[in-house]
Design a protein around this ligand. Structure first.
Ligand SMILES: [Fe+2]
Ligand SMILES: [Fe+2]
Length: 379
């Protein structure tokens, strides 16, 4: 509760919570503390230690048709070598989102379009990045000398600290993808470094797609290659067809989860853990007519509709979505997903900050018990 507020949460009127009635003597005491760069904790305690997480971010949805147009307009307005990274930033519809350049919580996200023959100049940063390809042909990224080809609905890593540049080959097509980074987290931790490469682009030092071709076989680990000792996944790119096929296979033998349908994690095959240290990603499949139950959890999630149409109820508000719309679910907000199509599956790609929550021991989840697990929708 804000300092000076006269509204008192009835739950705070218990032993163990701050419930001091201010007096003129206390007011002057507060002023004397302030003059000494100090304060009375009981004035702020209930606000900074709420009973449960209170997100400063709002559920927000970006329509692909609109954002695609904006990305294409940027192509004509700004040269990539001048912009550095010609990215349209997705800003959470909240003061916190605009202040922290955040899509939601600790996560940054943007969209970028590239024309055939264009490059994003090589650079690196402490912040980790990953990308979800939405459309185009001939796109590629080069990560620490590894050239990686990209197709629609592929998921690709640019781990923190790696040199990277991107481009679209001259005979390709305009390509559009979504970036996800942990910039807000790195800036909160005051750990973000940035550097530019001494050439516009890296020279590939390995055969094209050497990492996904070495490590991308399902449950097959290569022998006779140099040991992989990096803290992130050696797969680097996860192909759409293989991901979709894995979900179809899973659906033959599993009912999936009541909240997310059938879901797979993009994992580091050497550890089984997340592909990156600070951000995770999933692909989930909602069967035709799927109506998920509501849950909430710590951690922030940003979705990109890989295919299909449906809606999600987030914090009691309905958000209808179609292919490549992007939306977010802030921490500890109830959410449930519905596939509106009676014959087609819906696929939702998502990325999150769960690895951070797990590393800190604060990944917490709760299922909605009331109303058979469904929210009452306000809109
Ligand atoms: Fe980058
Ligand atoms: Fe969830």
């Amino acid at each position: 509760m804000a300092e000076g507020s006269t509204i008192i949460d009835p739950r705070d009127d218990v032993l163990g919570r701050a419930r001091v009635t201010d007096t003129p003597e206390l007011e002057s005491f507060y002023q004397e503390l302030a003059a000494r760069n100090a304060g009375a904790f009981w004035k702020r305690a209930n606000a900074i230690e709420p009973w449960e997480p209170e997100t400063r971010y709002r559920p927000t949805l970006w329509r692909y048709a609109e954002m695609r147009d904006m990305c294409l307009r940027a192509l004509d307005l700004v040269k990539p070598e001048e912009a550095g990274r010609r990215v349209v930033t997705l800003l959470n519809d909240s003061d916190a989102g605009r202040e922290n350049t955040a899509v939601c919580g600790w996560l940054f996200s943007g969209m970028q379009a590239m024309r055939p023959g264009e490059i994003t100049p090589a650079h690196r940063h402490t912040a980790s990045a990953h990308r979800f390809i939405m459309e185009g042909k001939g796109a590629y990224t080069v990560v620490d000398g590894h050239h990686i080809t990209l197709g629609a609905n592929d998921y690709v890593l640019t781990p923190g600290g790696c040199w990277h540049d991107h481009g679209v080959v001259a005979d390709g097509e305009v390509s559009i993808w979504q970036d996800g980074l942990d910039i807000p987290l790195m800036n909160s931790l005051e750990t973000n470094f940035y550097a530019v490469y001494d050439q516009p682009a890296q020279t590939a030092a390995f055969p094209a797609d050497d990492l996904p071709l070495s490590y991308g076989g399902a449950a097959l680990r290569p022998e006779g290659v140099a040991a992989w000792e990096k803290p992130y996944s050696p797969v680097m790119v996860y192909r759409w067809e293989a991901t979709r096929d894995a979900l179809w296979s899973l659906a033959k033998v599993s009912e999936g989860t009541p909240f997310d349908g059938h879901m797979v994690r993009y994992s580091n095959p050497l550890t089984g853990g997340w592909a990156l240290q600070t951000m995770g990603a999933h692909m989930q499949m909602l069967k035709p007519g799927f109506r998920g139950k509501a849950h909430r959890h710590t951690g922030n999630v940003v979705y990109n509709v890989a295919a299909g149409r449906g809606y999600s109820i987030i914090g009691g508000e309905r958000f209808d979505w179609g292919t490549h719309d992007i939306f977010c679910v802030p921490a500890w907000v109830w959410h449930e997903h519905v596939n509106l199509d009676a014959s087609e599956e819906a696929f939702l790609f998502s990325f999150n900050d769960f690895p951070v929550m797990e590393a800190l021991g604060v990944r917490i989840e709760e299922a909605l018990q009331d109303n058979d697990g469904h929210q009452t929708c306000a809109s």
